[in-house]
Design a protein around this ligand. Structure first.
Ligand code: GCW
Length: 685
């Protein structure tokens, strides 16, 4: 047997291996060995370099760059709609002009010549990666036009990186941006990250943690701006704009003022000077990102002001430079008395922000977590999404697997994000999906994801967690892509060209999140993790903590009554028909049952099974799938290189151990509360 060369995973999905057959290779080579490119902007140079690297490997020879088309008419042409020769080529082929950061790939005369035409330089770069993806997947050179354009304007990754190099909720090593209180000087890693991001269409990155530690408040000041500008420059050549997280009380802590009151002219002046200082160094800064009035972070309420006042004063500083202020709506009172059954963390963002609709400055965008709580494996979509007709919103998801197995467990999150994007808010009639909301509204909105990346050689700790990074970008580019297709693309690029391995990996990805949900906290229960670390089962961990994330299990039943008739009233935040659907346990989707209802253990589900029995069943089923994931991976022994094979095998084996622990701990807990036996007499301790 021929041993496959070992891989670290550093290349991600940009592995660029020789074409799978010599026939294919010849076909690609005939056209792509000569590239006609005239533009020379920084971004276009990135595209050229990528073509050189990618085609060099796929064709097995370095392509030649020309300025004039060769006489035999066989070449790959690349450039933007600003170039007449490409406009001519579009016209001859009858292909529409690409717009914005979109692109068109098309062939001329049975693919003797192929063109990548961008609506902009960045469009060219995206088109380059799209072409390389096709070739890596062994597809034909494009003939009929492939016309693409990013659906969302903002496709952003938020890093929770601290200046000391640690990463809040990071499971893939240390920061690639900061170390020991400084911005890193060696930007090789950032450059390779930029390539990965551009290849999936991500166009913005927030560099530092939204929980801004005092040291990091100095980030937008002179001391760090030189190195920050260099880092932004590296990203710029990949079409990625940089954002910074700033703290609401920075005027006091970093500026030495006596107040951070948004009503104070001095505070306004301070923010505008701060912005000016940053834009001197980073003229295309995306803007600032703020977490205020949440989880012990001070906010405008401290000064008797609203979130609109707080956001607008910072936004005013950014406005002259075209910057955006992203203001997070993850605002709630994290100290709750369990006896108080009317206060509900799920209601907090809606209650706080809805009355402020229309009061935010035009360059403010509210960044709303996809669910009303906090990135649990299953939550309903946040009712705040779409509820503010006169306010821009961006949806926030989490790639970093804080509550979903911390990059030890395999959990492919794209289907969950799609669920949130596909949710019909009915805000302006049928078809008012979250995707439509964040795609259409403005040039500043889209999707933000908390990054799952660190300095681990394979970027994400678990090799297969790279699928979430890839999937995030692809979904923000085109929310209509099916989660299965994204998984298959990624698996093909990452484990191809052998299609058999890619198929197995795709199936594993698709099976993974339902498995995780089943062996941890199915039926919308959530929150049975160990407080603080958020890892491993602790059924009563949050039940006896003041954070207000209870499940209220007693000897009779379990779940949170969020109905309007006798619970916290959360269901009333949804428009019809959702309000009615969620309100009634007989119409509420089973996966959300205990999110919305407190039910008896013997509550009869459609089909006749009682609630606690379904919980037992789900835990056994989920664990069996986790075991199966390991078995499926083992079927690939010899088909994947040893280094990646072993690393993934180790993670999956650990996942199986922990899945069994989850199953046994939660089942034992439910058994002891309810006293009801498993009807199949499996071991419940
Ligand atoms: O999920 C929670 C995390 C916090 C995080 C917070 C947030 C950055 O436990 O670590 O803080 O969300 O989103 O602000």
């Amino acid at each position: 047997v021929q041993r496959l060369p070992n891989e670290t995973g550093y290349e991600g999905w940009l592995r660029y291996r020789p074409a799978s057959s010599s026939r294919r290779q010849e076909g690609y080579t005939a056209v792509c060995q000569r590239i006609v490119a005239r533009g020379a902007s920084e971004v276009l140079l990135s595209a050229r370099r990528e073509l050189g690297k990618g085609l060099g490997a796929i064709l097995g020879r370095i392509p030649e760059f020309l300025v004039e088309p060769p006489v035999d008419g066989r070449y790959l042409g690349i450039g933007t709609v600003a170039e007449q020769w490409l406009l001519d080529a579009l016209a001859v082929a009858g292909v529409p002009r690409p717009t914005g950061d979109g692109f068109v790939l098309f062939g001329q005369g049975h693919a003797t010549a192929v063109f990548i035409v961008g609506g902009s330089d960045i469009g060219c770069l995206y088109g380059t990666f799209a072409l390389l993806r096709r070739l890596q997947l062994g597809e034909d050179l494009p003939n009929g036009p492939v016309v693409e354009r990013p659906a969302m304007a903002l496709r952003m990754l938020d890093h929770w990186d601290n200046l000391d190099g640690s990463v809040e909720r990071g499971y893939a090593g240390r920061s690639i941006f900061f170390a020991r209180g400084e911005v890193v000087a060696d930007r090789q890693r950032v450059l390779d990250y930029g390539r990965l991001l551009a290849s999936i269409g991500v166009n913005a990155v927030a560099l530092n943690n939204v929980n801004v530690a005092p040291g990091a408040m100095a980030l937008p000041t002179k001391r760090h701006l030189g190195p920050l500008a260099a880092l932004a420059g590296t990203f710029r050549s990949f079409g990625v704009r940089v954002f910074l997280s700033v703290a609401f009380e920075a005027p006091v802590v970093a500026g030495g003022l006596l107040t951070a009151d948004p009503g104070s002219p001095e505070v306004a002046r301070w923010w505008s000077q701060l912005a000016g200082g940053v834009y001197d160094y980073v003229p295309d800064l995306g803007g600032f990102l703020v977490k205020a009035g949440s989880e012990s972070q001070p906010g405008p309420r401290v000064y008797g002001r609203t979130h609109a006042d707080g956001a607008n004063v910072i936004a005013a500083g950014l406005e002259p430079f075209g910057g955006t202020l992203l203001w997070r709506t993850f605002v709630y009172d994290c100290k709750q008395d369990w006896r108080d059954r009317s206060t509900d963390r799920a209601k907090a963002a809606f209650d706080e922000f809805l009355p402020l609709d229309g009061l935010f400055a035009p360059n403010v965008v509210l960044q709303v977590k996809s669910g009303p709580m906090d990135f649990q494996v299953r939550e309903p979509p946040s009712p705040l999404l779409g509820a503010m007709a006169n306010t821009s919103q961006t949806v926030e998801v989490q790639l970093s697997q804080e509550y979903t197995g911390q990059q030890v467990h395999l959990c492919y999150l794209v289907p969950a994000w799609k669920r949130a994007l596909d949710f019909d808010t009915y805000a302006s009639g049928t078809g008012s999906t979250v995707a439509k909301l964040v795609c259409g509204a403005s040039s500043r909105t889209g999707m933000a994801g908390v990054a799952n990346v660190g300095d681990d050689p394979n970027w994400t700790g678990h090799h297969l967690a790279q699928a979430n990074l890839y999937g995030f970008g692809r979904l923000a580019w085109c929310p209509d892509l099916p989660a299965e297709q994204i998984a298959a693309e990624w698996a093909g690029l990452t484990f191809g060209p052998d299609p058999a391995s890619a198929d197995v990996v795709t199936e594993m990805l698709i099976a993974s999140a339902p498995a995780y949900e089943s062996y941890t906290t199915p039926l919308g229960l959530g929150w049975m993790v160990t407080p603080g670390s958020h890892y491993g089962p602790s059924p009563d961990g949050y039940e006896y903590s003041p954070w207000g994330t209870y499940h209220f299990a007693d000897s009779v039943g379990i779940g949170v009554d969020r109905t309007t008739s006798h619970g916290t009233g959360f269901t009333a935040q949804y428009r019809e028909p959702w309000k009615t659907i969620f309100e009634d346990p007989s119409t509420c989707p089973e996966d959300l049952l205990l999110f919305f209802h407190h039910l008896r253990y013997d509550f009869v589900l459609p089909g006749g099974t009682i609630l606690v029995q379904r919980m037992y069943d789900r835990h056994f089923e989920g664990t069996a799938i986790a075991e199966d994931l390991l078995a499926r991976w083992r079927s690939l022994a010899g088909c994947v290189d040893t280094v990646r094979y072993r690393a993934v095998e180790e993670k999956l084996a650990e996942q199986v151990r922990q899945a069994r622990e989850w199953r046994d701990v939660i089942n034992a807990y439910l058994y002891r509360k309810s006293g009801k036996n498993d009807e199949n007499r499996r071991p419940v301790y």
